[in-house]
Write a protein of this length. Structure first.
Length: 381
């Protein structure tokens, strides 16, 4: 949903009616993950994607029906359906989508949601999608308050409590509760889209490789910061794609920066006086990925210094160095691709091997220790 917000906000502000189709459940090799959204305006204009082209035509027709009737629909497409091949979903996956009408009267708090996302404030939207007379009702949830209602105070309280936990970890999915929020019942399905701030990528070392890593980090949907102690190199002109360019000693900056399980730390400094104290801190944070550039010889020297400084073998095992997957990369851009590939593999538990040489599912659940980092620029949220 996140990536269509800027497009639907003008529609909402102008008082236009539109239908939003959102992927709420997937099975097997579905082409888009949970949270992917597509909007159809009353003029017929379409934005977003729910399947990369497989079922958009069929979803468009459902959206037009919802625009006409105002009644939400929960629809499913997959190879097990009679019309699977007619709509084009031949990859073996199954998608379930909730299609709902949106306008200024039905969803008055959409402007507040858009503002929160733009200001990087965490916010979630919970919608009843099945099992209740209140299908389509919404609850907007922040860490400290709620707006609107799902139909009852007890249901609101139960959903808000669980949704705040999802919001903290940036996860999106379905909650199953009783009609009054009972934990041991599952009559009601509530879809929660978590619009927490995008995950952070912090690139240490203002070198040419850092510029390429910053570009691919933005492409993957990260909020990118480049940090270097040298003001001559750490400039916005050299790193136009970065959200922030910070002039500071790397370990001082990291010590004052919030880091969570979705944070990616890329150490490209190539200088022991920078990277050893930096890695000593980085490997003791909850960051989902810590990588450091350098030769195998440099890596060995770094490990020895870090051991001298008291880091345990368990902490050292978290370090990805030399950084990146073995793609034979040489240029800064190729190296950035190899680093991005390793980050994605680390977050989702991939093997890094060619898919043609594997038998595991192509799409998999994230590692329990690494909440998923959904690429905002590639995957609608």
């Amino acid at each position: 949903m996140r990536d269509i917000l800027d497009d639907i906000e003008p529609w909402h502000r102008e008082g236009r009616r539109f239908a939003v189709a959102t992927v709420v459940r997937t099975w097997n090799s579905s082409p888009r993950p949970i949270g992917a959204s597509m909007a159809v305006a009353d003029t017929g204009e379409v934005i977003g994607s729910v399947s990369g082209g497989c079922v958009e035509g069929a979803v468009y027709e459902v959206a037009r029906e919802v625009l006409e009737s105002g009644v939400p629909q929960l629809v499913r497409y997959g190879v097990s359906d009679d019309n699977a091949y007619s709509v084009g979903l031949t990859c073996g996956g199954i998608l379930e989508l909730f299609v709902q009408l949106v306008d200024a009267e039905i969803f008055p708090d959409l402007a507040m949601v858009v503002e929160a996302v733009r200001e990087r404030r965490p916010i979630a939207v919970a919608t009843v999608i099945d099992g209740s007379e209140s299908v389509g009702r919404r609850l907007v949830i922040t860490p400290s308050a709620t707006r609107d209602s799902l139909g009852s105070e007890r249901l609101d309280q139960a959903v808000a409590s669980d949704a705040r936990g999802m919001l903290e970890h940036g996860t999106t999915g379905i909650l199953h509760v009783g009609r009054q929020g009972e934990r041991r019942s599952d009559q009601v399905s509530v879809f929660v889209v978590s619009l927490s701030p995008p995950p952070r990528m912090i690139v240490f070392g203002a070198i040419d490789f850092a510029a390429a890593v910053a570009r691919i980090g933005k492409f993957l949907g990260y909020h990118v910061t480049v940090c270097d102690a040298r003001p001559l190199f750490a400039t916005k002109a050299r790193f136009p794609e970065a959200d922030d360019v910070v002039v500071a000693w790397p370990h001082h900056y990291l010590a004052e920066t919030d880091v969570d399980e979705r944070t990616v730390l890329c150490v490209l400094t190539h200088d022991p006086k920078f990277d050893v104290p930096l890695l000593e801190l980085a490997l003791r944070t909850p960051a989902g990925y810590v990588g450091a550039m350098g030769s195998r010889r440099t890596h060995g020297i770094r490990l020895a210094k870090l051991r001298e400084n008291g880091l345990s073998e368990e902490e050292l095992a978290r370090l990805c160095s030399p950084i990146g997957l073995d793609l034979g990369a040489r240029t800064p851009e190729e190296t950035a691709v190899s680093i991005a590939a390793e980050i994605i593999s680390a977050m989702w538990g991939g093997s890094g091997r060619p898919l043609s040489n594997t038998t595991e599912p192509i799409h998999r659940e994230p590692l329990a220790s690494h909440p998923p980092v959904i690429p905002a620029a590639l995957t609608p949220k």
